[in-house]
Design a protein around this ligand. Structure first.
Ligand SMILES: N[C@@H](CCC(=O)N[C@@H](CS)C(=O)NCC(=O)O)C(=O)O
Length: 196
């Protein structure tokens, strides 16, 4: 059977997996699901969250980071840095993106807090400042090379890029202006993934 990805277009966790598959050059059948009808995902995986990757042997993989972990275990993975130290550190940045960028992304995009209450302009400014601090960290890491761990993108680039790529357009443009290295890096990751 063909490898199949069940996903939602605007979901940043799905974006991580799409980007990782694109950079690895791994093809798949795309099943874009209706967020209001998760019956197929539930039937396949016993739960409703996406992304879900069904491998050629029928095994079902859940959780974006676990899916990426499986992808980089394949021989000749392009997403793994060469040194053991950097290999470990990539996952630190992947986890950091989930812990810091994911909640910022959801709150800034929805303009709501986790309980669904509308955020004030002041709340939003605080979140944008927090995002700027995080981007300053990434800008600093990029002093070392074109990607977060040197010459080639890794799972860390994929994770950070996926969240930034799902920010509203205006927010993303500010990123490029205020953090030129992040702006250049953003385009490079797009290029490696074969995106226009
Ligand atoms: N930790 C999961 C998070 C996935 C996730 O939250 N997906 C969202 C879409 S962006 C979803 O399906 N939410 C529905 C739900 O939580 O029931 C991952 O990394 O894959």
């Amino acid at each position: 059977m063909a490898r199949a990805l069940y996903h939602i277009e605007r979901c940043p966790y799905c974006e991580k997996v799409r980007l990782a598959l694109a950079i690895e050059g791994i093809g798949y059948e795309s099943h874009v699901i209706d967020p209001d009808d998760r019956s197929e995902v539930l039937r396949l995986s016993g739960q409703e969250r996406v992304p879900v990757l069904v491998e050629e042997d029928g095994s079902v993989l859940l959780e974006s980071n676990r899916i990426m972990q499986r992808l980089v275990e394949t021989p000749d993975s392009k997403l793994v840095p060469s040194s053991r130290r950097d290999q470990s550190l990539t996952w630190v940045l992947v986890e950091r993106a989930d812990a810091i960028l994911a909640p910022l992304f959801y709150r800034i995009r929805s303009r709501r807090d986790p309980e669904g209450r509308a955020l004030s302009d002041e709340d939003l400014s605080v979140l944008r400042r927090r995002l700027q601090e995080e981007l300053a960290v990434i800008e600093g890491i990029l002093e070392r090379g074109p990607f977060l761990f040197g010459e080639c993108p890794t799972v860390a680039d994929v994770a950070v890029h996926a969240f930034l790529n799902r920010l509203p357009r205006g927010e993303r443009d500010t990123v490029t202006i205020d953090f030129p290295r992040v702006g250049g890096w953003f385009k490079r990751v797009q290029q490696v993934a074969g995106r226009p």
